[in-house]
Write a protein that binds this ligand. Structure first.
Ligand code: CAO
Length: 424
């Protein structure tokens, strides 16, 4: 007797995943609970265990293929021992039969950590909205939303569907490049040799989000420099003590610590623009997104309530979030609820850049590499450690003069952190 093993549900609203690795081969013996497949969804790579025991007689998926819950992964010739307990986990279907339902009536069992993680990864949307997305052939997680809680409305889906249609020639050809087998093998175009590199799920989601941010927010970027000579002495003075307590002190943690007080003066920097209702939502809480460079692409975990944390707490949490981002261990909510983002490229180099605002936020701070510069003190040139800062802001909400005042005030706060304690 052969039994089909179908891809179980990956979590509410997770419509597809890409097969990144097949861990077994036809003819292999498989034991119940053994991982047979690696699947990549938007935020996670997960191993899929097979609840059957026996010999694999057929593999119906291939690496790189996108599959959905309910699709057959393997056909297993079951061993007698596994015959008793499998009924609740997979649906029995004769291989020859073509009358099998496209979706199994019972869900295949899936390893608990996976379902928990993926359940948290889902985008929020009403069933009718999910249905609408399906009708348009849209993966819901790709739909950008201006809602601060991440909720996706029917209007968001329709807007996205219309935009996608407008860009059809471009996106269709891109899709063809990465999905069609023949094109994956293609190694030249009319100008010469090429290499085809498919987009992974993180990059494809980031691409859709960044396009939405860049095309819907009128950006302006303002530049300034903070003299962090004294702050750096302070940081280095406490570096060893901090390290012993588990924190690597960097300028990023100090910067984040100062932001809540600076926002009190400039509340529109920690806000959302609501064009439908023609208003600004000013946040009373302070959650800061930190752009993290990962092997799979840019990910922005959020450090919550930084106003209630000290520099050490922030440094520890930031390092932890960055390493979880790099290991693909973040849940969707770990990346939600931010009011402002900090993107520090200073560890790598450069003296300025123009970061893209992370909608629905209204501003983002780019940090470049601090370096020694000769600064004129009215009499002489002094060597000072200068930190270049680039602030991109939403011009619908923030005017240039406010942005300049905000960034100057932030620079002065880095230069004289005690000033904030005066409330001046
Ligand atoms: N100027 C000079 N040196 C800097 C610096 C700056 N602006 N920022 C960090 N450094 C130093 C740190 O002090 C550290 O050196 P020491 O070990 O000698 O103290 C070193 O560079 C590495 O720091 P880090 O980058 O690991 O630590 P961080 O807390 O400053 O940043 C994180 C953490 C997660 C923001 C960072 O690792 C990262 O991923 N940055 C990339 C962000 C990114 O890709 N942005 C682009 C978005 S748009 O595509």
């Amino acid at each position: 007797m052969t039994t089909e093993f179908r891809l179980p549900e990956l979590g509410e609203n997770v419509a597809t995943g890409a097969v990144t690795k097949i861990l077994v081969a036809v003819g292999d013996a498989v034991a119940s609970g053994q991982n047979v497949l690696e699947i990549e969804t938007d935020k996670a790579v997960a191993e899929i265990p097979c609840p059957l025991s026996g010999k694999i007689v057929e593999i119906r998926v291939r690496e790189g293929q996108k599959i959905s819950p309910g699709e057959v992964i393997l056909v297993v010739e079951e061993s007698a021992a596994s015959g008793e307990d499998k009924s609740a986990e997979v649906e029995k279907v004769a291989v020859e039969s073509d009358t099998a339902d496209a979706v199994p009536r019972k869900k295949a069992k899936i390893a608990e950590p996976l379902t928990e993680k993926m359940r948290r990864d889902v985008a929020r949307a009403a069933p009718s909205v999910r249905q609408l997305a399906r009708e348009h052939g849209i993966v819901l997680e790709e739909v950008p939303t201006a809602d601060p809680t991440g909720k996706i409305t029917a209007q968001d889906v329709l807007k996205y569907a219309a935009a996608r249609k407008e860009n059809a020639p471009l996106s269709e050809s891109a899709d063809e490049t990465v999905t069609a087998d023949s094109n994956l093998r293609q190694d030249s175009d009319k100008w010469g040799k090429v290499t085809i590199e498919p987009m992974n799920a993180v990059r494809s989601k980031a691409a859709a989000h960044l396009t939405h941010c860049w095309t819907t927010i009128p950006h302006v970027t303002h530049f300034d420099k903070a003299d962090i000579t004294e702050l750096d002495k302070f940081r280095k003075h406490y570096a060893r003590q901090a390290e012993a307590a588990g924190a690597h002190l960097t300028v990023t943690a100090f910067l984040i610590k100062l932001l809540p007080d600076v926002f009190k003066r400039f509340p529109r920097m920690n806000a959302t623009v609501d064009m439908d209702r023609q208003l600004f939502v000013l946040k009373q809480y302070c959650n800061i997104g930190v752009a993290v460079d990962t092997p799979n692409g840019l990910i922005v975990p959020v450090i919550r309530h930084v106003d209630k944390k000290n520099v050490m707490n922030i440094a520890i949490e930031m390092a932890d979030s960055a390493s979880r981002a790099r290991e693909r261990k973040l849940a969707l909510e770990d990346m939600q609820g931010g009011g402002f983002t900090v993107s520090n490229l200073g560890g790598m180099g450069g003296y300025a850049f123009t970061p893209i605002i992370n909608a629905p936020e209204t501003a983002i701070l780019g940090v470049s590499r601090a370096g020694m510069e000769p600064v004129y003190n009215g009499k002489d040139f002094e060597p000072r450690l200068m930190l270049p800062l680039s602030l991109s802001y939403d011009h619908r909400c923030i005017d240039g003069a406010d942005a300049a005042r905000f960034l100057r005030y932030l620079c002065e706060s880095l230069e004289h952190p005690w000033r904030l304690t005066l409330g001046l």
